[in-house]
Design a binder for this molecule. Structure first.
Ligand code: CMX
Length: 132
C-alpha cells in the first residue's frame, strides 16, 4: 500500500550552494546532511510538514545522478513514495508489467528502498521506501 509522498529529490551540482538556495527559499533549515557511499551521493533533507525535500549531489562522475546533471541540468530527480512493504510492492509492480531498477530492497537514506524505471512512469524516476 502506498502511504504518502516521502520526499522529492532535487539533483544539484553543489550541495552547499543548493542548501543555501532552498533554506533561504523555504525559511527552513536542513535536518541532516549525509554521505551515502553506496549511492555515491551527498544528500541533505529539509522537512516540510510531512514531506521532505532531498537535495542530492553526486560524489562520482560514473553515476546516474552525475549523468542526469550532465544531460538535464539541476532539477527534480525523483519522487519517493512511502510504502508498507517495499518487496511486496516491487513484486506487484513487476506483475503489472512495470519495469524495475531494483528487484529487491536495498538500504537507502529513506529506509528499505527500491526504484522503478522512469520508462514505466512517463519519464519520472520513482523510489519506493519502507521505513525501518
Ligand atoms: N528521471 C527521469 N529520467 C531519467 C533519470 C531521472 N532521474 N535519470 C536518467 N533518466 C533517463 C535518461 O535520460 C535515459 O533516457 P533516454 O533513454 O530517453 O535517453 C534513461 O533514463 C536511461 O538512462 P541511461 O543513461 O541508460 O541510464 P543511467 O545510467 O543514466 O541510469 C537510472 C538511469 C534511472 C537507471 C539510474 O540513475 C538509477 O538506477 N537510478 C536509481 C538509483 C538512484 O537514482 N540513486 C540516487 C538517489 C538515491 C537516494 O536518493 O537515496
Amino acid at each position: 500500500m502506498i502511504k504518502k509522498v516521502d520526499h522529492i529529490a532535487i539533483a544539484v551540482k553543489n550541495l552547499d550552494e543548493g542548501l543555501k538556495t532552498f533554506e533561504a527559499l523555504l525559511g527552513i533549515k536542513a535536518t541532516h546532511v549525509k554521505e551515502v557511499p553506496d549511492q555515491k551521493i551527498r544528500a541533505a533533507m529539509i522537512n516540510i510538514g510531512n514531506v521532505e525535500i532531498e537535495l542530492i549531489q553526486p560524489t562520482a562522475p560514473d553515476t546516474g545522478v552525475a549523468k542526469f546533471l550532465e544531460k538535464s541540468g539541476e532539477g527534480v530527480h525523483h519522487i519517493c513514495l512511502e510504502v508498507d512493504d517495499v518487496d511486496k510492492e516491487l513484486q506487484e509492480m513487476a506483475a503489472k508489467g512495470i519495469e524495475l531498477i531494483d528487484k529487491k530492497w536495498r538500504m537507502g537514506l529513506a529506509g528499505k528502498i527500491g526504484f522503478l524505471h522512469p520508462k514505466s512512469a512517463k519519464g519520472v524516476l520513482i523510489e519506493l521506501a519502507q521505513k525501518v
